[in-house]
Design a protein around this ligand. Sequence first.
Ligand SMILES: [Zn+2]
Length: 307
Amino acid sequence: MKYAAISINFDSLGEAYGFPPGYKDPSFFDVAERFFKIAEKYRFKYSIYLIGKDLEKPENRECVKKWASQGHEIGNHSWSHPPNLGAMNKLEIHQQVEMAHEIITKTINHEPKGFIAPAWSTSPEVVKILIELKYTYDTSGFPSWLMFPALLKLLLNHMNDRRFFKILHRKDFLYLLFGPRDSYITTGSLFKSSNVSDGNSITMLPLPTNKYRIACWHTLVFMFGWKIHEKILRSCLRENNTFYYVIHPADLINKNDLLNHSISLERLGTPLWLKQRYLEKSIEAILKTGRKIITMEELAKEQKEKD
Ligand SMILES: [Zn+2]
């Protein structure tokens, strides 16, 4: 049996896009409901990586509790979404990972087991902290040169937000070009290690790429159009044993959700019905390969048994 997972990097409007503190973030409400409708239609569960700070709001916590009780996996996407996590110092990285870990654990009553670094900015220090906190897998690796145009896109999306120039501070440029494309086990570096044992290692699930190191995640459909995106998606499905598909709240955000706030985001020009269709078509392409959609935690377990 082959498997796939659908993971939501939960870049909320409040924390990832810096909307004001009093703002009721539709990412947790109307937008999330659109995602769950699709999960019901195709009968699968998401793996949802949350920004810890978002859970300071009781209304957001209530939503997340409900999602967890419905069987969706809840993972860690840092405390405040610093786009240069991998380049921060040890103490700052500890705070980012641990504070989010604590508030997520309190909210859902069990510890998260998976992590994704904001903007895929990671480092050996990030991996070591995850092992200390007994995470079973990390999904922060981006073994693709597409990070270079993606960084440019991120800068454009966050032009009004000066902290986002920090996305250029990274420690993983070598990994982008030479990092392993298949899943692997490590004891605390960005590359594969030998001498692994259960207590000292973590399963790394790099973002799926094809043999040309073209990465596949849903945002690309808004940059390349459906035809090219479908080709990349199919090649990644063909060439990867471990496949997961990364999506973001912005993939189903409608202009009306923003009220009077403005953000620059290439997907905003696409009407909502077409966005919903793109996501459904991508999920249909994944299911057509005969894969069963499971959570990332289950996917990591399957993979570990094979390795
Ligand atoms: Zn993010």
